[in-house]
Design a protein around this ligand. Sequence first.
Ligand SMILES: CC(C)(COP(=O)(O)OP(=O)(O)OC[C@H]1O[C@@H](n2cnc3c(N)ncnc32)[C@H](O)[C@@H]1OP(=O)(O)O)[C@@H](O)C(=O)NCCC(=O)NCCS
Length: 227
Amino acid sequence: MTIRWSLSRASAAPEGDDWLGPEERAAQAGLTLPKRRAEWRLGRYTAKSLVADLIGARRLEEIQVIAAKDGAPEAFVGSERLRMSLSISHRDGVAACAAAWDARVGCDLEVVEPRTPRFVSDFFTEREREVAYEVDDSLRDRYVALVWSAKESALKVLRAGLRRDTRSAEVEIEELAAPGADWSPLTVAVSPEGERFEGSWFQDGDVVMTIVCDVPALRVAGHDEKR
Ligand SMILES: CC(C)(COP(=O)(O)OP(=O)(O)OC[C@H]1O[C@@H](n2cnc3c(N)ncnc32)[C@H](O)[C@@H]1OP(=O)(O)O)[C@@H](O)C(=O)NCCC(=O)NCCS
């Protein structure tokens, strides 16, 4: 099983609305804050480009990525919903999308930056808190960003987002000191379901990306327009 992913930066999104479908234009019209509108457009562009690649569509307006009632993005061609699972994240002028046909996926971008002990104590499990205190100082910000990102990815797989307690997803990073340029493995134990999700992460500059999936993924494949 392959998870496809893509990253793009703000300058990649086309001007005008020709590449948006009617329901997307209606959704955009409801976004009045310029920052939110810009990140929504970049996320849509990234997701639609990835879906177009996957189904061999020539024109982005043939595809619509529409939020379901719970907020999760779903891809449509005309009125037909594509069977694939999609996930979108945006951070600091960069958007990411992950997609898979036969699995539920979630992806997330986070900035590696100092966070307060309160953040860790409020949102992390006991085991994650222990690791946060044990890790080398030079890796702590990366660890905290990765755990938070992987939790968000897992909660996107479940289509719950932050409606759900972040401590119901416990993250384990296998090789925290990995160089970060290539994908490295992580796992997320989800309770009370008792599910175990597999994931991958990489770091580019001060941004980490995680992808989490509910079935074992043989590989992640994609491209990064940002590099
Ligand atoms: C999912 C969520 C954790 C993402 O927040 P975030 O980390 O700040 O933002 P990201 O950029 O990483 O992800 C945003 C994307 O997540 C996706 N998303 C939103 N709700 C989702 C859900 N329930 N399941 C899966 N994905 C979801 C959307 O595609 C959204 O981007 P878009 O609206 O531009 O399409 C957050 O939006 C959330 O908890 N949503 C559900 C609860 C809710 O709606 N609360 C109201 C706002 S407080």
